[in-house]
Design a protein around this ligand. Structure first.
Ligand SMILES: O=C([C@H](O)CO)[C@H](O)[C@H](O)COP(=O)(O)O
Length: 207
């Protein structure tokens, strides 16, 4: 299972610092949606330039203009981009078209999708690399949120998936047991006093 570090910070400078500390322990460096909205595509270029050996993941959360948005992010240096699972199939197909042109990939983020396993099967058939079983920061704060649902949905989907939404050192082993290809951790790493040590702890929990 790969480890993805979601950098939900607002400046390229802060992201470069976080990435430098965590990079030795992670496989995928994710530019969070707030970072891309704050800094634009130049943040993607800066992270790829600093870490050409890492998979750079641009969390665009595209909802429309799939081909155009994916094309400009791949052009800026992204290896993977996200499109929302609630977007229309034509948007997802557009992003996959851009990915093929650049030799890169698309991940479908199932945030807010009610029946995640069913939509996961549909979008994998459209040519995306994997789906993200995702509970966003707002959903995690809602009363009654349970992380276990994401793992159940991943297992039920029968397709390649990642898990995002509060992954930490205590839960990452369960993510692996559920069969995820990728565990995504944001605040468990970037909120730690020692970012490198937090990333190393997550890496050590993966067997
Ligand atoms: O994708 C995310 C969210 O929508 C804000 O951009 C987070 O990066 C994702 O949820 C992982 O972060 P944590 O939940 O803090 O691990």
């Amino acid at each position: 299972m790969k480890l993805q570090f979601a950098m939900d910070t607002l400046s390229t400078e802060a992201a470069l610092d976080l990435a430098a500390a965590a990079a030795p322990h992670v496989d995928i460096l994710e530019l969070g949606t707030p970072l891309i909205k704050s800094e634009g595509l130049s943040a993607i270029t800066a992270i790829k330039k600093a870490h050409p050996d890492k998979i750079v993941f641009a969390d665009l959360k595209t909802m429309d203009a799939g081909e155009l948005e994916a094309d400009i992010a791949f052009g800026a240096g992204a290896d993977l981009v996200t499109v929302l699972g609630s977007a229309g199939d034509s948007t997802i197909i557009g992003a996959v078209t851009a990915a093929k042109k650049h030799g890169k990939g698309v991940v479908v983020d199932l945030i807010g999708v009610a029946d995640k396993p069913a939509r996961a099967k549909e979008v994998i058939a459209l040519g995306v690399e994997f789906v993200e079983m995702h509970a966003g920061l707002d959903e995690q704060a809602e009363e009654g949120f349970t992380f276990a649902t994401l793992l159940r949905d991943g297992e039920a989907s029968g397709v390649p998936f990642s898990v995002a939404g509060g992954v930490n050192a205590s839960s990452i082993a369960d993510v692996q047991k559920a069969g995820a290809q990728v565990a995504v951790a944001g605040s468990a790493i970037y909120s730690a006093s020692d970012v490198g040590a937090a990333a190393a702890e997550l890496r050590a929990a993966i067997v």
